[in-house]
Design a protein around this ligand. Structure first.
Ligand code: PHE
Ligand code: FE
Length: 288
């Protein structure tokens, strides 16, 4: 999220652009197919059933980068959401405004072949493969709209950081408990083969039960695997806990700051697994 972006001239006032689907090269469509195939090897029995159902409902593996207009027509029938193309990151207010109106802004460019495993800025693969399947789930779809509305409100409280951590630890890096064990619903995880395995199977990270206030006090990693994952019991729990809580008093208390570091453990945590933090302590992605 960012406030200091300057709008390029070809970008509309709401920061949308044409996806330019006919401009993608065969190599770019092929990049989508490679990433898709790699993830389908790891996601069964790791991704949440709702995510896998969404992938199937929208047939995102039909080959190549999806055409946003067609995909949106199908998604809109299911939950009223559409996907709009943007050049990359957009200002916070614009981002929230889109979500509040059930439009998901997705970057239209795709990563290069030498960035298959890691890119810093979200591309069309992360945005569409990662985020759009969950938008087919009615409760999650409502949560995303509520988040957008909450975001617009948070701008009056200068508490964006705390609200951003809610997005981070749920929409991007959330895990959910199922009868078959923990499953992934966060877009940042499901769009990464390595973090899909790490988040569920590695001994390093903490996995702790969702607690709204605790979560919003916690800083997060933007350049490496998370040191803590928060686990929800259901999308309903997430929706109710956030929509039924007035964030204004929380914002006042937290004052736009994090008092907890990504790996901190707290007395009151519902610990699902206590991480060794070995991965992060050995330098993480940057380890020799
Ligand atoms: N209830 C939050 C508020 O009072 C709004 C919100 C809902 C934020 C859902 C995030 C997710 O601001
Ligand atoms: Fe994302």
């Amino acid at each position: 999220m960012n406030n200091y972006l300057e709008k390029p001239p070809h970008v509309r006032d709401d920061w949308t652009i044409d996806q330019g689907w006919s401009n993608y090269t065969a190599e770019e469509h092929g990049t989508w197919d490679i990433l898709y195939a790699r993830l389908l090897e790891v996601l069964p029995n790791r991704a949440a059933p709702e995510f896998l159902e969404g992938l199937k409902a929208l047939d995102l593996g039909r080959g190549g980068i999806p055409e946003f207009e067609k995909m949106s027509d199908e998604l809109e029938v299911l939950t009223g959401w559409r996907v709009v193309a943007v050049p990359g990151l957009v200002p916070d207010e614009v981002f929230f405004e889109h979500l509040a109106n059930r439009r998901f802004p997705a970057g239209n460019f795709i990563r290069k072949r030498d960035q298959l495993d890691y890119i810093q800025e979200p591309d069309v693969f992360h945005d569409v493969f990662g985020h759009v399947p969950m938008l087919t789930n009615p409760v999650f779809a409502d949560y995303m709209e509520a988040y957008g509305k909450g975001g617009l409100r948070s701008l009056e409280h200068a508490s964006l950081k705390n609200l951003a951590s809610l997005y981070w630890y749920t929409v991007e890096f959330g895990l959910i408990r199922t009868d078959e064990g923990l499953r992934i619903y966060g877009a940042g995880i499901v769009s990464s083969t390595s973090e899909s395995k790490f988040s569920l199977e590695d001994a390093s990270p903490n996995r702790i039960g969702f607690d709204l206030e605790r979560l919003m006090r916690t800083d997060y990693r933007i350049d490496d695997f998370q040191q803590t994952y928060f686990v929800i019991d259901s999308y309903d729990q997430l929706f109710r806990a956030t929509v039924d809580t007035d964030f204004a008093p929380l914002y006042a208390k937290m004052n736009g700051k994090f008092d907890l570091k990504p790996a901190d453990s707290l007395e009151g945590d519902e610990v699902i697994s206590k991480g060794t933090q070995a991965y992060a302590n050995h330098g993480g992605r940057f380890a020799a």
